[in-house]
Write a protein that binds this ligand. Sequence first.
Ligand SMILES: Cc1cc2nc3c(=O)[nH]c(=O)nc-3n(C[C@H](O)[C@H](O)[C@H](O)COP(=O)(O)O)c2cc1C
Length: 185
Amino acid sequence: MSIFELLKQRRAVRNYMPKEVEDDKIVRLLEAAVWAPNDRLREPWHFYVLRGDAKRRYQEVAEQFLQERFPTKPHLVRESLQVLENTPLIIVVTADIVEGDEASSEDNEYAVACAIHSMWLAAAELGLGMVWRTRGVGLVRDKRIYDVIGATADRKVIGSLFIGYPADQVTATARKPVDEKVTWL
Ligand SMILES: Cc1cc2nc3c(=O)[nH]c(=O)nc-3n(C[C@H](O)[C@H](O)[C@H](O)COP(=O)(O)O)c2cc1C
């Protein structure tokens, strides 16, 4: 498939079959990630692969988060927990924070975003579905995620990648015509 086709075909996939993702496919995703561009070759990323007990710990924190956030919406809490239960694999991705150097720390985040996009494209190529989550059960802004993954504060959590084999036909999304987003100067 050409890169242009793959860019259009990649979609956010949120429902998965009850099937584990094979280790060799996980490794291929990670290998795709680390070829992303990054300033001064700092390679500022780290990937935390959560399955089994680690994923259960993630789910416990997510449950606490959801109950605090939506105390009057038990159905929403239940549905969100079901999403987690039905997700075979979570990879949390961090960017290194460069102490006293805000610009480099920012560039590290951009590099990690590139790495995540590479993983997203690779997942599509491997027949896997993926979504990059930050909000809600993505837990990106919940400090408890650091205990779950065992990361220190010099790493910033950029995304939680939910991954599995797609359960159903993925909904197409659209984009505005590029003209609306471009100024030729
Ligand atoms: C930085 C970032 C954060 C996102 N966070 C979430 C999220 O928290 N929950 C979610 O369901 N999707 C999340 N997404 C996925 C987007 O919702 C999705 O890419 C968008 O709806 C477009 O769909 P498409 O990727 O299939 O074209 C996120 C995407 C990005 C790039």
